[in-house]
Design a protein around this ligand. Structure first.
Ligand code: CP3
Length: 354
């Protein structure tokens, strides 16, 4: 078992006792950091950062070097590397979100979709191995993937942030076709996350960013069922340690009870739900991660501290809480406000762990 100097994050995911509430930030490496913007300029583009393990390692380390209070690191990559490896042609246009050259809407094209050769994603596994070496046991490294549903929305729409009408139309008109995409995505994610674990990822997280757009029945059928399949197929132990898994459906707090049954170790929460209510609803089945509104980091250190105190008090005494934002940190966050959040979590959480 490789030496780990700070295992607070892994212990919290396993609902084991910790001295304080561990914390990390979704999208902790990114545009709000001037050092990230400088690296991206040197590399050429965001995708060049992702595809070169030296750059991916450099930017993964930036928040850790700036913020000694972070309890976890996350692989620098993107959920859209998978549809890219499936041949859809990912690209970014300046100032806009991700886009694909091809979309998946025709029956023949959908039926031809296959699990890609993992060799196409070797740059990701190389990055994981290199990051682990560079972190040298300071904190654990999280690997991640998109959920089959969230990946499918990008593959069918060709871009993100829409109302997903093409994907939803397929769900209702041709569920067989959408299920084929989701099944292929699920098998791909299992191989992809297991390869990240083999390369050194010590925990994994599945981002279901657009599951919250679905109706109750559609969420269970098209999103949650496939996350359950993935969780069942994941490597459970590696290097003498359990590899905990978090699932995060943004806008998904309506379905916490169902999410708590799929076998994941932890559920991600956005900021909409009261974490004390969430805790009551999931009982001792899973740990919880969240749930500060990232917009609070645009305010002042005093306002940030107040919100941190409120979330910690709401969760209350005991273990099983990983403090985080309810979604990714925004690019307009002053870096010193992120520091204020991390300090407030450390300062005020110790009283809840005795
Ligand atoms: O958390 C981290 O620090 C690890 C890196 C990470 C990125 N994307 C880097 C990134 C992770 C975990 C992701 C996941 C991701 N990517 C999700 C799921 C989480 C979520 O936010 O809901 C989704 C939906 C994507 C797809 C994606 N990638 C979008 C919508 C965008 C554009 C919007 C935005 O915030 O820029 C990206 C680009 C992206 N991914 C950036 C980063 C740092 C910004 C790229 C840049 O430098 O311009």
């Amino acid at each position: 078992m490789t030496n780990l100097q700070n295992d607070t994050f892994l212990r919290a995911l396993n609902r084991e006792p910790t001295d304080y509430t561990p914390v990390w930030m979704m999208r902790q490496a990114g545009r709000y950091l001037p050092e990230y913007r400088a690296s991206r300029k040197t590399a050429g583009s965001f995708l060049d950062l992702c595809k070169n393990p030296n750059f991916a390692t450099e930017v993964t380390m930036q928040p850790l070097d700036r913020y000694p209070l972070l309890d976890a690191s996350i692989l620098f990559s993107d959920i859209l590397t998978l549809p890219d490896a499936m041949g859809l042609g990912l690209y970014f246009e300046e100032g806009e979100g991700p886009k694909f050259e091809r979309t998946l809407r025709e029956e023949a094209e959908i039926k031809a979709l296959q699990v890609p050769d993992m060799a196409k994603l070797q740059y990701v596994f190389d990055a994981v191995a290199q990051i682990r070496k560079t972190i040298n046991g300071r904190v654990p490294l999280i690997g991640f993937s998109g959920s089959p549903w969230t990946l499918a929305t990008y593959m069918v729409e060709g871009k993100g942030g829409t109302d997903f009408l093409n994907t939803k139309k397929m769900a209702y008109a041709r569920p067989d076709l959408l299920h084929h995409i989701l099944e292929t995505n699920a098998q791909t994610v299992i191989q992809y996350l297991n390869a990240q674990i083999a390369a050194g990822a010590q925990a994994v997280m599945i981002f279901d960013s657009w599951g919250g757009a679905l109706s109750h029945n559609a969420y269970i059928e098209f999103s949650l069922n496939y996350m359950q399949k993935i969780v069942a197929g994941l490597t459970k132990n590696n290097d003498g340690r359990k590899v905990p898994c978090t699932i995060f459906t943004k806008g998904g707090a309506l379905w916490l009870e169902a999410q708590a049954e799929v076998g994941a170790d932890c559920l991600g929460l956005d900021w909409a739900v009261d974490i004390s209510e969430a805790r009551e609803r999931v009982g001792d089945k899973v740990a919880l991660q969240g749930n500060l509104d990232p917009a609070i980091l645009l305010s002042t250190p005093a306002a940030i501290e107040k919100e941190v105190v409120s979330i910690l008090a709401s969760y209350g005494k005991g273990d099983g809480h990983v403090f985080n934002l309810g979604h990714g940190i925004t690019q307009w966050t002053p870096p010193e406000n992120a520091a204020a959040m991390l300090e407030a979590v450390r300062k005020h959480s110790q009283q809840y762990h005795q």
